[in-house]
Design a protein around this ligand. Structure first.
Ligand code: TGC
Ligand code: FAD
Length: 404
C-alpha cells in the first residue's frame, strides 16, 4: 500500500508540542554537542515522523524514504569514527539520538539501531580495512540499508544452538539456513549473518542482495513495530566470497558484543517512548473535565502521573550513568542488561497507565500511546527478552548459569 507522505505532512502539520521532562536537571550533565544532537533529531522527528507515523502503523508501511534522511541527520552510526562516514560522537550522543527517534516511534529507532549497532558496529569492530571502506560510508549515508541475522525459527534466546552454517568452497563458502524476525530484511542491501563454519564455530559473514539463493521474504500480520520492516533471511546454497567473512572475531561473543551496543541504545530509546506517553497524559489530564473538574485534579490520576515521572527520572539517571561507563569503555554486559530491562519495562508500564488516563481517546491513533504500547511489546522481547536479561543479572550475582 502506498501512502502520500507529502499530503500527510501537509494535513497533519498540527504542532507536535513535545518537550522532555527533566526533573533531576540531567540537562546540566549534557554537553552542548549532546543538546545539539537532541535538538536536530527532535526537530527531524517533529517534521518528518510525527505527521506520518500513525498512517504508517495503521497501514503497516515502512517509510523507506526516511533511510537517506536518517543518514543525513547522522543517526546511522553516530558512534562510528568519521573516517568511515560515522559521526565520531560519544555514546551519550548515540543514546540521545535513539531516545529522540523512539520518542517518534520504536520502529524508526529500530531501523537506526540495527544499522548502527548491529551492522556498522561489527564491520567496524571485526571487519577488514577493505570491508570497512567498502560498506561503512554507504551504510552511514543510508545508500545501503543493513540487517543483522542472528535469530532463527528454532533458536531465539539460544542463538548458540543456531543451525545456519557454511561449507568451504575454494575462495567461497556455501551458506545454508534461515534467519527469522529480522529488522530491515525486506529492504536490506547487505546482511551481517552469523553462521557456523565447518568446525561449528560461529562466524560473521556479509551477504549481499543479489547473491544467488539469498532471499528476504517479508513477515506480515504484526501488531507491533508496524512502521519497521521485518522479514526473514533465507540462504539456499549461497556462494559467499571468503573476503566477506569478518576476519577478526569468532564465537558467539561476536554477535553478542554487537547486542551490547544496541541494547544500550534501547535503554535510552525506551525513555523516549515513555516521555511521549507521559507528556500526552499530563496534557490530557489537565484538559479533560469530568465531574466539573480536570481529571488531573483527582488523586488517582495524580498518583499515576507522579509515579510515571519518578520512573522516567530513575531511567534517565540509569541511562546517563551507563552512557558515561560506555564512553569510558567500562560498561559490562550485565550493567547493560539491567538498563535495557528496567527502562523498557517502565516504558511499557507508563504506556499502559497513560492509555488509561486518556480513557477511550487512549485507544485512538490520534494519540501516540497505543502505538507506543504495542511497539514496546516487541522491544521488551527483542535484543534479549525480559527474562533473559534477568538471568544475565542473576548469573552476575550468583555466578550460576540459570539459562539451562
Ligand atoms: P555463553 O556461554 O554465556 O557465552 C558465549 C560466549 O559469549 C560471551 N558473551 C558475551 N560477549 C559479549 N557481550 C555479551 N553480552 C555476552 N554474553 C555472552 C561469553 O563470554 C562467551 O564467550 P567465550 O569467549 O567464553 O566463548 O552463551 P549462552 O549460549 O549461554 O547464551 C548466553 C545468553 C543467553 C546470555 C545469550 O545467548 C543471549 O544474550 N541470548 C539472547 C539472544 C538475543 O539477545 N537476541 C537478539 C537478536 S538481535 C535483535 O533482537 C535485534 S532487534 C532489532 C532492533 O534492535 O531494533
Ligand atoms: P524464545 O527464545 O522462544 O522465548 C520464548 C519465551 O521463553 C520468552 O518469554 C523467553 O524469555 C522464555 N525463555 C527462553 N529461554 C529461557 C530460559 N533459558 N529461561 C527462562 N525463560 C526462557 N533478531 C535478529 O537476529 N535480528 C533482528 O533484526 C531482529 N529483529 C526483531 C524485530 C522484531 C519486531 C521482533 C519481535 C524480534 C526481532 N528479532 C531479531 C528476534 C528477537 O531477538 C527474538 O524474538 C528474541 O531474541 C526472543 O527469541 P524468540 O522470539 O525465539 O523467543
Amino acid at each position: 500500500m502506498d501512502l502520500d507522505f507529502e499530503s500527510l505532512k501537509e494535513h497533519n502539520n498540527q504542532s507536535d508540542g513535545f518537550n522532555h521532562p527533566d526533573f533531576y536537571a540531567i540537562d546540566s550533565l549534557l554537553s552542548d554537542e549532546h543538546k545539539l544532537v537532541r535538538d536536530s533529531v527532535r526537530n527531524w522527528v517533529k517534521k518528518e515522523i510525527s505527521p506520518i507515523i500513525d498512517a504508517c502503523c495503521q497501514a503497516a508501511v515502512f517509510p523507506q524514504h526516511i533511510v537517506p534522511q536518517l543518514g543525513k541527520i547522522g543517526c546511522f552510526g553516530p558512534q562510528i569514527p568519521t573516517q568511515y562516514g560515522g559521526g565520531g560522537l560519544d555514546y551519550i550522543s548515540y543514546g540521545i539520538a535513539m531516545q529522540e527517534l523512539e520518542r517518534g516511534d520504536s520502529g524508526i529507532r529500530s531501523t537506526a539501531s540495527v544499522q548502527g549497532s548491529l551492522v556498522m558496529h561489527p564491520i567496524h569492530k571485526f571487519g577488514s580495512e577493505e570491508q570497512k571502506m567498502k560498506y561503512l560510508p554507504k551504510l552511514a549515508s543510508g545508500e545501503y540499508l543493513g540487517s543483522f541475522g542472528l535469530t532463527e525459527p528454532n533458536h531465539g534466546s539460544d542463538p548458540g544452538s543456531m543451525e545456519t552454517s557454511f561449507k568451504d568452497d575454494g575462495d567461497f563458502v556455501i551458506l545454508n539456513g534461515a534467519k527469522m524476525w529480522i529488522s530491515n530484511s525486506p529492504f536490506c542491501d547487505i546482511a551481517v549473518v552469523w553462521a557456523k563454519d565447518p568446525d561449528g564455530i560461529v562466524k560473521g559473514l556479509i551477504v549481499e542482495r543479489g547473491m544467488d539463493g539469498f532471499t528476504t521474504p517479508t513477515t506480515h500480520k504484526k501488531w507491533s513495530l508496524r512502521a519497521s520492516a521485518t522479514g526473514e533471511l533465507v540462504f539456499d546454497n549461497v556462494r559467499v566470497p571468503k573476503k566477506n567473512i569478518l576476519p577478526n572475531v569468532k564465537g558467539l561473543k561476536g554477535p553478542l558484543t554487537c547486542l551490547n551496543s544496541a541494547r544500550y541504545g534501547i535503554s535510552w530509546g525506551a525513555i523516549g517512548a515513555a516521555m511521549d506517553c507521559y507528556h500526552t497524559a499530563v496534557k490530557y489530564a489537565k484538559e479533560r473535565i469530568q465531574f466539573g473538574k480536570p481529571i488531573g485534579a483527582f488523586q488517582l490520576q495524580q498518583k499515576k502521573l507522579s509515579e510515571m515521572l519518578t520512573e522516567i527520572t530513575k531511567a534517565q539517571l540509569l541511562a546517563w550513568r551507563l552512557g558515561t561507563l560506555m564512553d569510558e569503555g567500562k560498561a559490562t554486559p550485565s550493567q547493560i542488561s539491567m538498563a535495557k530491562r528496567n527502562n523498557v519495562e517502565i516504558a511499557l508500564n507508563i504506556a499502559r497507565e497513560s492509555r488509561q488516563i486518556l480513557g477511550g481517546m487512549g485507544i485512538s491513533g490520534d494519540y501516540p500511546i497505543m502505538r507506543h504500547m504495542a511497539n514496546l511489546e516487541s522491544v521488551i522481547t527483542y535484543e534479549g527478552t525480559h527474562d533473559i536479561h534477568l538471568l544475565i543479572l542473576g548469573m552476575e550475582i550468583t555466578g550460576e548459569n540459570a539459562f539451562v
